[in-house]
Ligand binder design. Structure first.
Ligand SMILES: Nc1ncnc2c1ncn2[C@@H]1O[C@H](COP(=O)(O)OP(=O)(O)OP(=O)(O)O)[C@@H](O)[C@H]1O
Length: 227
């Protein structure tokens, strides 16, 4: 299955950790600008699916295609280069560099992609304003609230204008008001920049921010519409 016009698609993914199967023939596809919520019980394989789609881990079998690239065939170096230029990541905890200020954290991926310091910090400042955390630009992660930290993580994920954003329980550590705010900002900004979002979540209210929901169960993917 390579659904017509999809940006990222996977077919027949299998992955086991020792004797524990995590993915058992999972298929997936997402279109440019689409927000897909990945739901499912704990241990069903959601994070493993996300890591395979993002080229962080290689499945035991099956293929992942991103645009013209067959991710599952690329070398580790090519996959990491593609992750840096084309993908953005937001996880539940601890992704900010503790020694850097909020502004420097958001500027970092731009610097890694070759931007000069001044230009990287100018763009980072714009993203902080957009995520409503420009007032804490000079503070370090240890001095921020959980909600502020996640907004900065979202700003950092969006700053390089990735084609795909992978978010694994991005609001898991936040109260519901902060969580909803972060999700609104993430999905609005993604839609504005036509980035696709793969959003792994336990919470069904999060699915309200998506265009489509899928459920992972026992390592297989089911389309909610088909259930
Ligand atoms: N690094 C690992 N080593 C060994 N087993 C693992 C590893 N990562 C995941 N697993 C196992 O693979 C299965 C799928 O895990 P995965 O984290 O993908 O599920 P999940 O749906 O994201 O779970 P949760 O919602 O609890 O985060 C589980 O049985 C888990 O214990």
């Amino acid at each position: 299955m390579t659904p017509e016009g999809s940006l990222l698609s996977a077919e027949g993914l299998h992955k086991a950790y020792g004797a524990t199967p995590a993915l058992d023939g999972a298929d997936f596809s997402i279109h440019p600008g689409e927000v897909v919520a990945v739901m499912g019980p704990s241990g069903s394989g959601k994070s493993t699916l996300l890591h395979c789609l993002a080229g962080i881990i290689r499945p035991d079998s099956g293929s992942v295609r991103y645009g013209p690239h067959l991710l599952t065939e690329l070398s580790d170096a090519r996959r990491s280069a593609l992750r840096r230029t084309d993908f953005g990541f937001v996880f539940q905890f601890g992704q900010l560099v503790p020694e850097l200020t909020a502004l420097e954290n958001v500027a970092l991926p731009l610097r890694l992609n070759g931007a000069k310091r001044k230009e990287a910090e100018r763009q980072a400042g714009e993203w902080l304003a957009r995520l409503e955390v420009d007032t804490v630009a000079g503070q370090r992660p240890g001095e921020l609230s959980g909600g502020q930290g996640q907004r900065i993580a979202v700003a950092r994920a969006l700053a390089t204008r990735p084609r795909v954003i992978f978010a694994d329980e991005p609001t898991g550590a936040l109260d519901s008001l902060n969580g909803e705010r972060v999700l609104t900002l993430l999905t609005d900004a993604a839609r504005d920049t036509s980035a696709a979002v793969v959003l792994v979540t336990h919470e069904s209210r999060v699915a309200a921010y998506s265009d489509r929901e899928i459920v992972v169960r026992d390592g297989k993917v089911k389309d909610m519409l088909a259930l």
